[in-house]
Design a protein around this ligand. Structure first.
Ligand code: ADP
Ligand code: MG
Length: 618
C-alpha cells in the first residue's frame, strides 16, 4: 500500500486561508472590529486608522471586555461567545457568530489586544503576530476592549501589493464606518484618520445620525417611511425625488441592524419611484427593516452583506407600497418640476451679498406673431439646464432657419463675466458657410461633399473636455473672479473628495478661498461657468467620482474633465445664435478628436450629395 498523502492543515495555515475570505482589505478589518464592539454592548466606539488602514486599524470600545481566558481564546478559529448550537443560527441577535474574524486577522497581521471587564481590577494585554502569541501580560486598563491591527498582510506580500491607492482603500473604510454608525445611532462613534478627526457622532436618533454623516443639507431631503406588518417592520427615510442624483451614492438597507445589499429590494424602491424620477437619476434611501431572525439566512456569505429572505416576494410588495405611500403622503409627487430653471435656484448662500444691479434685457428679435420665442435667453444662461418647450406645429420646422438672427442685446452686468470662452471674439473667425440650428439640438452646415449635422450637446462636451483636460494636465486656465465669494456646503466625505481634487479643480479655473469642515468658499470660477451652475457641477462631479474612484492620476484628470464637460455643455433645447453656432463648429474641428464626444458617442454625421440624391430618386 502506498503511503497516505492527505494531511490536516496546521491551524495557522487554515487561518490564513480563511482570512482570504473574510479579510479582503483594511476595510474588512474595520467592519469586523466595529461589529465586535457593537456586539460587546459598547456605548462609545472609536476607530483610529492610519494610511487607510494599511498600517493601523484600531477600535477602542467601552463594552463588556473579556477575561484573560477569553482574551486568549478569541483568536482561535470557531471561537465565539455568540452561538452554541446549530439552532442558534436561526435566532441571531448579534453581528458576529462565525468565530473566525479574529483568528483570520491575527493570521495576517500584528495584533495587539487590551481588554478589561468592568468588575475586574486588572485587564489583559496580548500581542499576536501571524497567529503566534508574542506576549501576554496583565495590565491596568480602562473598561472595554482595544484591538490594534498593524501591518496588515505583512506575511502575504501578494495581497499587500494588491491593495489599491490610499484614497480607494480609505473610501472603503469610510463606507464600513458609515454603515455600522448608521445602523446604531444610539452608540457614539469617532473616526480618526492619520491624526485628524473626521467624524464625531454623538448618540442620537436615526434621522440625526444620517444628517450628521451626510451633512446638514440632507435633512430637508428626507421623507419618513414607516410600516408595520407581521412579516416586517419598516422605518427610515427616502429622499425626495427632486434631490435624486445621477450617482448611486446614498442607498442603504439595514436588516435587523445589519447593512445588507439587495438588488431585489433596490428594485422595489425604484419601482415605488416610478414616474417621479428623471431618466437615470437615483434616489437616496436609508431603510431599516426588522424581520423575525428565523425568516432570514445571514450565513450565505462570509462577509454577511448578502442575506436570504424566506418570503422575498411579500417583502418586495410591502416595501414598495410603504415607500410609495410616503412619497404620496408627503405631497412629494405633485410639486415635482423637472423643467425648473437651474438659474433661478440659489442652492448656496451668498456671503455679504449686496443688492444686484438691475439688468435690462432687450430681445430685439421678439416677434409677437412667432409661435416660439427663438431668442429668449441671454448669453449668460448658456449652458444651463433650461429647456424650452418645443412647438409641435409645422412652424417649428423653420425655427432657427432665419438668416440674419440678430445678437441679443444684453445689458446684464453679470453676463460679462460668464460669457463662455467658446463665444469670445478671439475665436478664429473662419466663416466659410452658414450654419443653421434645427430643433435647438442640431447644427447643420453645408460642406463641399454635402452637409454636416452636428449634435450641439455632444460637440460642446468634446470642446470643453479637451479644454479642461489640457488645463488640468498642461496649462492652468485663467478664471473669472466673483464679486461675492460663494459658500457651498458638503458632507464630510464629499469634503474629503473635494480636497483630493482641489489642485485639479484649481487648474480648471476654480479659486478656493477656504476649505472648512463642512463647506468651501469659492471666489473664482472656470471661464464660461455661470454662478448658478457651480453647485450642480460640483455635486455631479462628486457623484461621478464617488461612484468610481479613479486609480491613477491621469484617470482622475480624465474623470474630472469628463464630468465637468458633461455638466457644463449646452443641452438640447438651448437656442444658439448664429455666431455661437459657428464658434462651436470651429472649436469642435480644432479638437484632437472631433468625431466623438468624451463618452465615445458620435458628435456629427455627414450626408453626401449622393445620399441626398438617392433619397430623391424614388
Ligand atoms: P464572532 O464575532 O463571530 O463571535 P470573532 O472572531 O469576531 O467572532 O470574535 C470572537 C469572540 O471574541 C467573540 O465571540 C467575543 O466573545 C470576543 N470579542 C471579540 N471582540 C470583542 C470586543 N470588542 N469586546 C468583547 N469581546 C469581544
Ligand atoms: Mg466578530
Amino acid at each position: 500500500m502506498a503511503a497516505s498523502i492527505i494531511q490536516l492543515l496546521p491551524d495557522h495555515v487554515a487561518n490564513q486561508i480563511a482570512a482570504g475570505e473574510v479579510v479582503q482589505r483594511p476595510a474588512s478589518v474595520v467592519k469586523e472590529l466595529l461589529e465586535n464592539a457593537v456586539d460587546a454592548k459598547s456605548s462609545d466606539i472609536k476607530l483610529i486608522v492610519k494610511e487607510a488602514g494599511k498600517t493601523l486599524v484600531q477600535v477602542i470600545d467601552n463594552g463588556l471586555g473579556m477575561n484573560t481566558t477569553d482574551a486568549r481564546l478569541c483568536f482561535e478559529r470557531h471561537a465565539t461567545s455568540k452561538i452554541r448550537k446549530a439552532e442558534d443560527l436561526f435566532d441571531l441577535h448579534t453581528k458576529g457568530f462565525r468565530g473566525e474574524a479574529l483568528a483570520s486577522i491575527a493570521a495576517i497581521a500584528h495584533v495587539e489586544l487590551k481588554t478589561k471587564q468592568d468588575q475586574e481590577e486588572l485587564g489583559t494585554h496580548i500581542v499576536i503576530e501571524g497567529s503566534k502569541l508574542v506576549t501576554q501580560d496583565v495590565a491596568v486598563l480602562p473598561k472595554g476592549t482595544s484591538f490594534a491591527v498593524k501591518n496588515l498582510f505583512f506575511n502575504i506580500p501578494a495581497r499587500r501589493n494588491f491593495l489599491k491607492s490610499e484614497t480607494v482603500e480609505f473610501r472603503h473604510v469610510m463606507d464600513e464606518f458609515q454603515r455600522v454608525a448608521m445602523a446604531h445611532p444610539s452608540i457614539s462613534f469617532t473616526l480618526i484618520h492619520n491624526g485628524s478627526e473626521l467624524y464625531n457622532l454623538p448618540s442620537s436618533n436615526y434621522r440625526q445620525r444620517i444628517v450628521n454623516i451626510f451633512g446638514g443639507k440632507t435633512n430637508e431631503k428626507l421623507v419618513p417611511v414607516s410600516e408595520e406588518t407581521e412579516l416586517i417592520t419598516i422605518s427610515g427615510f427616502v429622499g425626495k425625488p427632486e434631490f435624486a442624483k445621477k450617482s448611486r451614492g446614498e442607498q442603504f438597507f439595514f436588516v435587523n441592524d445589519r447593512y445588507i445589499k439587495s438588488a431585489y429590494l433596490h428594485h422595489a424602491i425604484m419601482s415605488a419611484y416610478d414616474g417621479l424620477l428623471k431618466e437615470g437619476n437615483q434616489p437616496s434611501y436609508f431603510l431599516y427593516l426588522q424581520v423575525p431572525p428565523h425568516t432570514i439566512d445571514i450565513n450565505i456569505h462570509p462577509t454577511k452583506t448578502e442575506i436570504k429572505f424566506d418570503d422575498e416576494h411579500s417583502l418586495y410588495a410591502i416595501l414598495r407600497s410603504a415607500v410609495k405611500h410616503s412619497l404620496g403622503q408627503f405631497n412629494v409627487a405633485p410639486v415635482l418640476d423637472f423643467e425648473r430653471d437651474a438659474n433661478l435656484d440659489t442652492p448656496y448662500e451668498y456671503k455679504n451679498r449686496e443688492a444686484d444691479f438691475p439688468t435690462i434685457q432687450v430681445d430685439s428679435n421678439f416677434n409677437p406673431f412667432a409661435t416660439e420665442k427663438s431668442s429668449s435667453k441671454p448669453l449668460s444662461s448658456f449652458g444651463s439646464y433650461k429647456k424650452e418647450t418645443t412647438t409641435a406645429s409645422w412652424e417649428s420646422l423653420y425655427v432657427g432657419l432665419k438668416q440674419d438672427t440678430q445678437e441679443i442685446e444684453s445689458f446684464s452686468f453679470e453676463s460679462e463675466e460668464v460669457t463662455s470662452k467658446l463665444f469670445d471674439d478671439d475665436v478664429i473667425e473662419t466663416k466659410t458657410t452658414s450654419t443653421y440650428q434645427i430643433h435647438k439640438k442640431y447644427i447643420v452646415s453645408a460642406i463641399k461633399s454635402g452637409m454636416l449635422v452636428i449634435d450641439q450637446g455632444r460637440a460642446h462636451q468634446r470642446v470643453l473636455y479637451e479644454q479642461f483636460l489640457t488645463n488640468i494636465t498642461v496649462q492652468k486656465a485663467s478664471s473669472q473672479q466673483l464679486l461675492f465669494p460663494l459658500e457651498l456646503y458638503f458632507s464630510s466625505d464629499e469634503m474629503i473628495l473635494l480636497k483630493e481634487l482641489q489642485s485639479s479643480l484649481e487648474n480648471t479655473g476654480f479659486v478656493f478661498d477656504a476649505f472648512n469642515a463642512d463647506s468651501i468658499q469659492v471666489s473664482g470660477l472656470p471661464i464660461g461657468m455661470a454662478e448658478s451652475e457651480v453647485s450642480i457641477v460640483l455635486e455631479e462631479l462628486i457623484g461621478n467620482l464617488q461612484n468610481e474612484i479613479p486609480e491613477s492620476s491621469f484617470s482622475q484628470s480624465d474623470s474630472i474633465a469628463k464630468s465637468m464637460a458633461k455638466s457644463m455643455a449646452v443641452k438640447t433645447g438651448t437656442y444658439l445664435t448664429e455666431k455661437e453656432q459657428e464658434n462651436l463648429v470651429n472649436s469642435l474641428f480644432a479638437c484632437k478628436e472631433p468625431n466623438v464626444s468624451p463618452f465615445q458617442k458620435p458628435t456629427f454625421i455627414t450626408l453626401t450629395v449622393e445620399d441626398l440624391d438617392k433619397k430623391f430618386a424614388i
